[in-house]
Design a protein around this ligand. Structure first.
Ligand code: FAD
Length: 381
C-alpha cells in the first residue's frame, strides 16, 4: 500500500494552494479530485479582490483586466456609482489558474490523481488508511494526515468528525463573451430580494468576459428562473444581442462563517469545507488562499514532530471571533425581504455614513480575518 505524508482531497483553489506549499517543503503529497479535468464544472465567478492580488502570486495571465468601478442598483434600478483609485478586482480565468497551480504542484513533486473520489478512511495504529474510488478501480493508500479541500459539502469533514456547514446561499451564473463594454470594466450589483433574496444579482464585465448571475437563499427562490428573469431585464444596462454563451456555473456558498472545529490529530479542512467564506460578501477566494497557506504551515510543523498543541493554532474559534460583525450583518440582510425596505436602504446609501459603509464593503481590505502568515509554532501556545 502506497504511503504519503499528506493526502489532500479536492483540487479547487484551497487544495491546490495547500498541495503546492506542502510539496515545496519536501513532504510526500497525494492530491485527488473526482473531476477528470480541472477546467470543467468550475463553480465560481472568480472575482479576486485587491488584498489577494497584493498578497499572493496569482499569475497575471490567469486574470482579466482590472476593475475599479462598481454600480449598485436598488430594486427600482436607481443606481449609485462607486469608483476606486486603486485596482480593486480582477476576474480570474479559473481553468487556466487551476492548471497553472497544478503544474506548480507537479513540479514540487505532488502526486496527482484526477477522476478519483475520496470514499472513506479508517485509523490503523499511527496512520490512516484511505479508500479512493475511480470509475474503474478502488484503491487503498495510507497517510499520516488527511486534508479536506472538498468544498462546501465536505465528506472528509464529516468522516473526521469536524464541524459541517449548515447555512448556505446558492449562486448560478452564465459566462458570456461578445458583449460590448460601455465605459470602463465594471461590477454591477443589484439588490433585489425578488431575484436574489438574501444576497445580490451581478453583472461582472471586464471587457473580455461577462458573468451574469444571481444568488440567494435556496428556500426563497428558484435560481434558474431568477437568472432568466434577471437577464431578460438587463437590456438598458448591457447589450446581449450578439452575446456568445461560454458556460453556466453554479453551486452552494456557505455563509455561516468559518466553522469552529476544523482540525484534529487525523486531519483538517480548508476552503469552503471549513466555511471559510465571508458571510457578508460571500467571497471565498481570499479566505481559501489565506487559510490554505496557514494550514500548510501548521501541517508541516505538526508532521515534523510537532505536538498536537501545534494544531491549536488552527482553530475556527479564533478566526470566528473576528467574523462577528459580518455574521450580524448577514443575519440582518437575510431578514430583509421586502423590496421597499431594500429601496429605502439603497436611498440611505447616499448619506455619508452609509456611503462609507458601501465603499468599505466593496473596496475595504477585510474579506477574511488576517491569518498570521508569519506564524511560527513558538507563537502557537
Ligand atoms: C456561483 C458562485 C460564484 C462565486 N463567486 C465568487 C467570486 O467571484 N469571488 C470569491 O471570492 N468567491 C466566489 N465564490 C465562492 C468561491 O468560489 C469558493 O469559496 C471557492 O471556490 C471554494 O474553493 P474550494 O477549493 O474550497 O472548494 P471547491 O472549489 O468547491 O473545490 C472542491 C473540490 O473538491 C472536489 N471534491 C469534492 N468532493 C470530493 C471527493 N469526495 N473526492 C474527490 N474530490 C472531491 C471537487 O470536485 C472540487 O474540485 C463563488 C461561489 C459560487 C457558488
Amino acid at each position: 500500500m502506497k504511503h504519503y505524508d499528506t493526502i489532500i482531497v479536492g483540487a479547487g483553489l484551497a487544495g491546490l494552494q495547500c498541495a503546492r506549499l506542502l510539496g515545496r517543503q519536501g513532504l510526500s503529497v497525494l492530491l485527488v479530485d473526482r473531476k477528470t479535468s480541472l477546467d470543467t464544472s468550475i463553480h465560481t465567478t472568480g472575482i479576486f479582490v485587491r488584498r489577494t492580488l497584493e498578497d499572493f502570486d496569482i499569475p497575471a495571465d490567469c486574470l482579466g483586466p482590472v476593475v475599479r468601478d462598481v454600480t449598485l442598483y436598488a430594486p427600482s434600478r436607481r443606481s449609485m456609482d462607486l469608483t476606486s483609485e486603486q485596482d480593486e478586482f480582477r476576474i480570474g480565468r479559473m481553468g487556466r489558474l487551476y492548471a497553472r497551480y497544478l503544474d506548480h504542484c507537479l513540479r514540487a513533486g505532488v502526486e496527482w490523481m484526477p477522476g478519483t473520489r475520496y470514499a472513506e478512511h479508517s485509523r490503523l495504529k499511527d496512520k490512516l488508511v484511505v479508500r479512493l474510488d475511480g470509475s474503474q478501480f478502488s484503491r487503498w493508500v495510507s497517510t499520516r494526515y488527511l486534508v479536506g479541500a472538498d468544498g462546501a459539502n465536505s465528506r472528509v469533514a464529516r468522516d473526521l468528525n469536524l464541524d459541517l456547514n449548515r447555512e448556505w446561499i446558492v449562486g448560478v451564473e452564465d459566462v458570456l463573451t461578445n458583449i460590448p463594454l460601455d465605459g470602463p470594466p465594471r461590477l454591477h450589483c443589484f439588490l433585489d430580494p425578488k431575484i436574489a433574496p438574501g444576497y445580490l444579482a451581478w453583472v461582472a464585465h471586464d471587457g473580455e468576459e461577462t458573468h451574469i448571475g444571481v444568488g440567494g437563499y435556496p428556500a426563497l427562490f428558484d435560481p434558474l428562473r431568477a437568472l432568466n428573469l434577471f437577464k431578460s431585464r438587463l437590456g438598458s444596462i448591457i447589450d446581449l444581442s450578439q452575446a456568445r454563451d461560454v458556460e453556466r456555473r453554479g453551486g452552494r456558498i456557505p455563509v455561516g462563517g468559518v466553522l469552529r472545529n476544523i482540525a484534529s490529530t487525523s486531519g483538517l479542512v480548508i476552503g469552503d469545507a471549513a466555511g471559510a467564506v465571508s458571510p457578508l460578501t460571500a467571497g471565498g477566494l481570499d479566505p481559501c488562499m489565506r487559510l490554505s497557506t496557514f494550514a500548510a504551515k501548521v501541517i508541516a510543523e505538526y508532521l515534523d514532530g510537532g505536538q498536537a498543541n501545534v494544531l491549536k493554532a488552527y482553530s475556527g474559534e479564533l478566526f470566528r471571533a473576528r467574523f462577528a460583525s459580518r455574521l450580524w450583518m448577514r443575519r440582518l440582510i437575510s431578514g430583509v425581504r421586502q423590496p421597499v425596505l431594500v429601496e429605502l436602504a439603497c436611498a440611505g446609501m447616499r448619506l455619508p455614513v452609509a456611503n462609507w459603509f458601501a465603499w468599505h464593503v466593496f473596496f475595504g481590505r477585510g474579506s477574511f480575518p488576517d491569518v498570521d502568515l508569519h506564524w511560527t509554532p513558538q507563537t502557537a501556545s
